[in-house]
Design a binder for this molecule. Structure first.
Ligand code: LLP
Length: 418
């Protein structure tokens, strides 16, 4: 079920702190990170798998790279799935040692490969080209391969990654030759990886992917290569709608680890959850600037639009919304919750029944922790917003709002135009 929040005197509470107070103290829009929930989600997913076999969680930090959040996960003992040198360096800055980071790039440059290899971070190779290029740069490096399992799953066609013919990974019929070649090249070959897609809500595609990986592990063994780990990628979905069922991660863990232990000698399973760990641990609070009755539609005009949270506009994703200062009040009519961006595609929520909104109300957008801030932009020259961490009823600013001046800092006006 979607996460519910406590209500106190008609006000939404996040991490023991009033959402209205947070909005007043820090301003809106603001992403509010609930520390306790991050820790709980991490412990849930780690616990589900580690009951059965040696487990490493590599948090997919593309979901949210806030440094304070990364510190929390570093303390919890998490590892990292990083997709770029920027993510690698951000996680090093947050205190992760290189051996806890795995780099899975796609279509990356030699320059970037060299930087990652020089930092001592394991590289999960996405193509034969990348392998040949890395062999020139760091021939003894620790590697694994991302393979294309031919199985895809996800909340939108835009985030399915594992289907046959996908942009990602080594095509199935080339996997064995590629491992043989990697052995000849002298790499330290550690494992095998696949990722089916993001936001899947059913167990079966993960099992289908695991079957593919297991068969490959056993074929690769015949080449004289004993792998240490299977990395099942990320993609575990979470409920975004009030009554939506959640995936049973206990069942998922039991089924997958059973298959591995019965059919292979693999000792370690790695998983790369992004959304599962951070999604429901963050609420976006956005202030109501404007309320409009357009006849056939009513609008709640907020200070956050798709510059702040792009998922509804980009994937038609559903995010639950509530009025944080009229929490639990009776709902009266349907509204579209929209933002300050000059495009009609700029919306946060369509056709939601809400208590009657007025200017100054605070809209809470649920499940904003995964791919919320990390996909936000400066479109319409709006500065990136603040982030606040709450814990035990206390709120701390963990990212200041960007300023308009800061948005100009990399631009150059040629002298002749000055
Ligand atoms: N591992 C790999 C190799 C991935 O490509 C991804 C996500 C993950 C792990 C983490 O997946 P998660 O557990 O978070 O589902 N922007 C989209 C999601 C894109 C996901 C890309 N890859 C969204 O807002 O839904």
């Amino acid at each position: 079920m979607m996460r519910e929040f406590e209500s106190k005197d008609g006000v939404m509470m996040i991490g023991g702190k009033s959402a209205v107070e947070i909005a007043e103290e820090f301003g809106t829009p603001v992403y509010v990170i609930d520390e306790a929930r991050v820790r709980e989600n991490y412990r849930n997913i780690y616990g589900a798998f580690s009951r059965f076999m040696d487990t490493k969680i590599h948090y997919a930090c593309k979901a949210n790279t806030n440094l304070a959040l990364l510190r929390i996960l570093e303390q919890e003992g998490s590892g990292i799935d990083a997709v770029s040198i920027g993510e690698v360096k951000t996680c090093l800055k947050a205190g992760f040692t290189p051996d806890r980071i795995m780099y899975t790039g796609v279509n990356v440059s030699n320059q970037e490969l060299k930087e990652v290899a020089d930092l001592g971070v394991m590289i999960n190779l996405d193509s034969v080209s990348e392998m040949e290029r890395l062999a020139e740069i760091a021939p003894q490096h620790e590697i694994s391969f991302r393979i294309t399992p031919g199985v895809g799953s996800g909340h939108s066609a835009k985030v399915i990654t594992g289907s046959k013919g996908a942009k990602f990974g080594i095509p199935l019929d080339e996997v064995i030759n590629t491992y043989a070649r990697a052995k000849d090249l002298g790499f330290k070959i550690k494992g095998i990886h696949a990722h089916i897609g993001s936001g899947g809500q059913v167990v079966e595609p993960f099992m289908d992917m695991m079957e593919v990986l297991i068969n490959l592990v056993n074929e690769i063994k015949e080449l004289g290569i004993d792998l240490d780990f299977i990395d099942m990628g990320g993609g575990i979905g979470v409920p975004y709608r009030p009554q939506e069922e959640e995936m049973d991660v206990g069942e998922l863990a039991m089924n997958l680890t059973d298959m591995i232990q019965e059919e292979t000698d693999i000792k370690t399973i790695i998983l790369e959850p992004g959304r599962y760990i951070v999604c429901d641990a963050v609420v976006l609070l956005t202030g109501v600037n404007d309320v409009k009755d357009a006849g056939i539609k009513k609008y709640v005009g907020c200070d956050a639009g798709f510059n702040t949270l792009i998922r509804p506009a980009m994937y038609d994703s559903y995010h639950h919304v509530a009025l944080a200062n009229k929490f639990g009040k009776a709902c009266t009519q349907k509204y579209d919750v929209v933002g300050p961006i000059c495009e009609s595609g700029d919306y946060l929520a369509h056709d939601r029944v809400l208590p009657e909104p007025v200017e100054g109300d605070i809209v809470a957008v649920y499940n904003a922790g995964a791919y919320g801030f990390s996909m936000s932009s400066n479109y319409n020259s709006r500065p990136l917003c603040r982030e606040v961490l709450v814990n035990d009823g206390k709120a701390e600013l963990v990212r200041e709002a960007e300023t308009v001046e800061e948005m100009w800092r990399h631009q150059i006006i040629p002298e002749r135009l000055a």
